[in-house]
Every structure is written in C-alpha cells, then in structure tokens.
Design a protein around this ligand. Structure first.
Ligand SMILES: [Zn+2]
Length: 166
C-alpha cells in the first residue's frame, strides 16, 4: 500500500500554472499540459526527532514505466488516456513525463458537487446530489469492467518490463 501525503499547493509565479508535490513526485499543471517529475531523496525528520533520508524504490524508473504504459495503452487499446507529449531524464537523474492536460471532474469531486442536471430537472438542491453521485460511480464501474479491464487483460508480453525495457 502506497501512502501519498499531499502537501499544500505550491504557489507559482505564473498564475496559469499550478503545482503540488508528494514525497516522491512533483505535479505541475498548465491549461494545456500536465507534467509529472520524480523527486530526489531528501532528509526528513521522524516525530521522535531522528533524521532519515526519504526515498522510494525505483522512484525515477516509475516515471519512464508510466510513459511507456501510456504509449502502449494509447496505441493498443481504445481506452482513453491523456496524449503523451514528452518524457525523459533531467541531468540530475530526475525523470519527467508531459501529457496533454484533460479538463474534467474527478469522481471524488462529486462528493462536494451539487446536482449536474440543468435547472428545472435537478434531482436535489444540496451537495452532494446522491442521484448524480451514484450515477457517476456506476458509470465509472461500467467503464472499468466492460472497457478497461477486458482490453488490459489482452495486453500480454513474453518480455520483462514494459515494452521489453526497464
Ligand atoms: Zn443530480
């Protein structure tokens, strides 16, 4: 089980750009792009005051893995994934991937949203709208079970690593 601690949003000089980071990854958004960059190990302090170095196994390689996975899913399936624009390695070893930014509402945001129906056809006034929330979850499950999983299960390889590379 991986635990991600989401820090406060990091302010940026560019008002169109926003970013946040976990211990392992920095995420940066612009109106058109999403960039994910691995973070180097850093010194941190435990609650008892002892200092340790935070690092996650294969933290850099995971980025390349994800970029290759995006390429494979986009070319071998009809599952929609954001278009991969670039990926690579910085001179200090950190790796990055850049995709198109896709605007949309995430499932967890439905918890705080009012009804999505137009005026006059609303299911409810408050937030969340239980009907819309249930519909969003059932749409997502339907998509995962009938589109995503069957296609992923057909992606088989006799090579180790994604695309035979590590
Ligand atoms: Zn509703």
């Amino acid at each position: 089980m991986e635990h991600h601690s989401y820090n406060m949003e990091v302010s940026s000089a560019n008002p169109d750009s926003r970013s946040y980071e976990t211990n392992d990854v920095t995420y940066n958004f612009t109106p058109k792009t999403f960039t994910k960059t691995s973070r180097p190990p850093f010194k941190a302090t435990r609650p008892d005051g002892t200092v340790f170095t935070w690092s996650r196994s294969w933290n850099n390689e995971r980025i390349t893995n994800e970029a290759r996975a995006l390429e494979i899913v986009s070319t071998k399936t009809t599952i929609f994934v954001p278009r991969l624009i670039a990926h690579g390695v910085h001179s200090d070893g950190r790796r990055y991937l850049v995709t198109a930014f896709v605007e949309g509402v995430t499932l967890n945001e439905f918890q705080n949203r009012g009804c999505s129906m137009p005026e006059g056809r609303k299911h409810s006034d408050g937030a969340p709208c239980k009907t819309c929330l249930d519909q969003a979850y059932s749409n997502a499950l339907e998509f995962i079970n009938h589109t995503v999983l069957p296609q992923l299960s057909r992606l088989k390889s006799h090579e180790r690593g994604i695309g035979g590379q590590r």
